[in-house]
Ligand binder design. Sequence first.
Ligand code: HEC
Ligand code: HEC
Length: 282
Amino acid sequence: MTPAERQRRQRRQRRTALAVGLAATVVLAASLVGRAPADAQGDLVAKGRQLYLQGCVSCHGRDGEGVGRGSETRGPSLTMAGEAGAYYQLSTGRMPLNDPDQEPHRSEPAYDAAAIRALTAYVASLGEGPDLPVVALSGADLAEGGATFRSNCQACHSATGAGGALSYGRAAPSLGAAEREDIAAAVRAGPGQMPVFSPKTIDRRELRDLVAYVRYLRSPRDRGGLPIGRVGPVPEGFVAWSVGIVLLLACVYWIGTRSPIRRRRPGGHDDGVATTAGVSEQ
Ligand code: HEC
Ligand code: HEC
């Protein structure tokens, strides 16, 4: 072998080694990228199932199929609750209930954020329920959000988001404590008597504007004067009415005490005839 040949062969060998190394790296990276999220998701679901078996199984069954039927129901099936439904119930502290007959309402969450993520992933894996939308508020349009709110939410939650009684069943709660994800989850999940709003009714952009508007309702600018607790037009009217009546009574009293009839009384013309006479004298 001539030195030139040897050099060429060495170069070829080096190139082959480099190519093999590169290929191995690519394969390794691809397998990491491809498998890591799936594995992480699998781990999360497994962790969620563990928590589920401790805290939820007694009312929702071993695989989320629900327990009991009719008036004997301990808990409904979770197969259609989805990521949004589970997140809503857990992040607003409604689940786990202590007693199946208790009415769920907002309270301190029983689980921390990591446990909520795991439980949510597990419940989502049970069926084809709605996903929890990711909402970024940058560029949100408050006016658009207000319009969506008035046409879809105001009837139950009131114009100020203070909530209100429903003509059937339970009251719609105040929106004052709802965080961004809670609002998005409620919209997609439609908990209790609230309707489900799918992306067909309220699309991603509308949802972003709506969430921004609901958050804005917590501290709106009061351009009309005193907010009076922002309880709405009927109690506001009542306040105006009460203040008005008191002013009116004060006026009547003032006019009454200044009238000649009252001023003449100490003079002895106490009876009705004399008083009438007193008036006719004027
Ligand atoms: C004591 C019984 C009980 C326990 C424990 C319980 N739940 Fe519930 N769950 C209920 C009842 C009852 C409802 C229906 C509530 C209603 O009337 O709105 C419900 C509703 C739900 C819903 C909404 C279902 C839907 O489709 O709207 C989800 C999601 C849920 N529970 C998840 C959980 C999770 C997760 C846990 C465990 C951390 C849990 N629950 C623990 C009784 C229970
Ligand atoms: C038919 C009446 C109704 C309509 C319309 C309605 N909701 Fe609700 N909403 C409810 C009821 C009832 C609940 C309580 C559900 C439960 O957890 O049992 C609720 C709960 C919520 C919550 C959770 C509040 C909390 O922090 O506890 C949010 C957020 C919410 N609704 C937002 C909205 C938005 C946004 C709209 C409009 C797109 C809307 N709702 C339309 C009745 C309604």
